[in-house]
Design a protein around this ligand. Structure first.
Ligand code: 5GP
Ligand code: MN
Ligand code: MN
Length: 325
């Protein structure tokens, strides 16, 4: 960073279908670099350039450009919340064309594809890694940076409910809140606000959920699916489906939950969650995706039933517990 030429071009990138951690850590870090005097800087993500509604009030959105307009050969590329180059779509080539590539992430499966890799698998979110680096660069928190990092931290910890919510996470949250940001407003926007059409759509999709005993797991598997036609009938954008898994995974009888979402190309993007007996990242990796032990995903083709069959077949080999690692 210190070797960056005075007018160096910095390109910030994050994973496809960006979530709160991807966008929040990227924009928060970008605002920090701006405070350091970095002038020529863009932020972007692969795929359609639209920002999901819940994140449309994030500070730093003015840094965003569509991926097609992103610097083709930046001096420095910094990548956020992506475990591998495959999560960067059409932007993966920037790792080759940039003079330097820095990766900030918290996935245990990270392939260390940058020249410098700051990867902390114990960090609750990439924003934890981003804040540590900002501090090392001498950038203190202000409200705009803090709001971005708070969105990232609260989304990846499920509002401070998941196992990764350590004392250090709460200490960081306290420092973010001390800048004056309003957690009630932020949480309502991020977690508790969706169009009425999405509420109806959720009703339909949850109504077709299946609970089945998963012999391998000794506990239940609950799953449902949503199609492009479901979205069209309710006039909804695909991002609304990201919250579905949180309604499905609360099924008490199930240890593993899945939501199978049809993409615009007809493939199926699968979200998986586990309560502990299964390492769903193993299932995801076996099926071409990745993620964390208890939250992972992949994209597959075929019919919904074929996709769910493939998941069932992998559950056996993904049991956690003694001798399983
Ligand atoms: P979500 O279910 O919220 O989309 O994703 C949960 C986690 O699984 C994410 O943190 C991400 O790391 C991982 N993940 C989801 N989909 C994919 C995918 O298609 N490929 C890979 N490599 N990881 C994914
Ligand atoms: Mn993410
Ligand atoms: Mn993350």
């Amino acid at each position: 960073m210190r070797d960056l030429p005075p007018d160096g071009r910095v390109l910030l990138i994050c994973h496809v279908n960006p979530d709160g951690d991807a966008l929040g850590s990227m924009l928060g870090f970008g605002l920090g670099l701006r405070r350091l005097g970095v002038r020529r800087m863009q932020a972007t993500f692969p795929g359609p350039p639209e920002v999901p509604e819940p994140f449309q009030a994030l500070p730093g959105l003015d840094l965003l450009v569509p991926s097609a307009e992103a610097y083709p050969d930046p001096d420095l590329v910094i990548c956020f919340d992506a475990a591998s180059e495959s999560r960067l779509g059409e932007l993966a080539d920037r790792l080759e064309t940039a003079d330097a590539a820095l990766v900030l992430d918290h996935h245990a499966s990270n392939t260390r594809f940058g020249r410098v890799n700051l990867v902390d698998p114990h960090a609750a979110a990439t924003s934890v890694v981003a804040e540590e680096l900002l501090a090392r660069l001498g950038v203190g928190l202000d409200a705009a940076i803090a709001e971005c990092l708070y969105v990232a931290l609260s989304t990846d910890t499920g509002s401070f409910r998941f196992e990764a919510t350590t004392p250090a996470v709460h200490q960081l949250a306290a420092r973010l809140l001390a800048t004056g940001i309003r957690p009630g407003d932020i949480s309502r926007r991020i977690f508790d606000s969706r169009p009425f059409g999405a509420v109806r759509l959720f009703g339909e999709v949850l109504g077709r959920a299946r609970l089945e005993p998963a012999a391998a797991v000794g506990h239940g598997l609950v799953w449902t699916y949503a199609t492009q036609d479901d979205l069209a009938r309710h006039d909804q954008r695909p991002y609304v489906l990201e919250a579905l898994i949180d309604s499905v995974r609360c099924t008490a009888e199930a240890d593993v939950s899945c939501v199978v979402k049809q993409t615009a190309t007809g493939d199926w993007a699968v979200s998986m969650r586990s309560k502990g007996a299964v390492d769903v990242s193993r299932v995801a990796v076996a099926l071409g995706g990745g993620g964390h032990r208890f939250a992972a995903g992949f994209t597959g083709s075929g019919t919904v039933d074929e996709v769910v069959d493939r998941i069932r077949a992998e559950l056996d080999g993904a049991l956690t517990g003694p001798g399983r690692h």
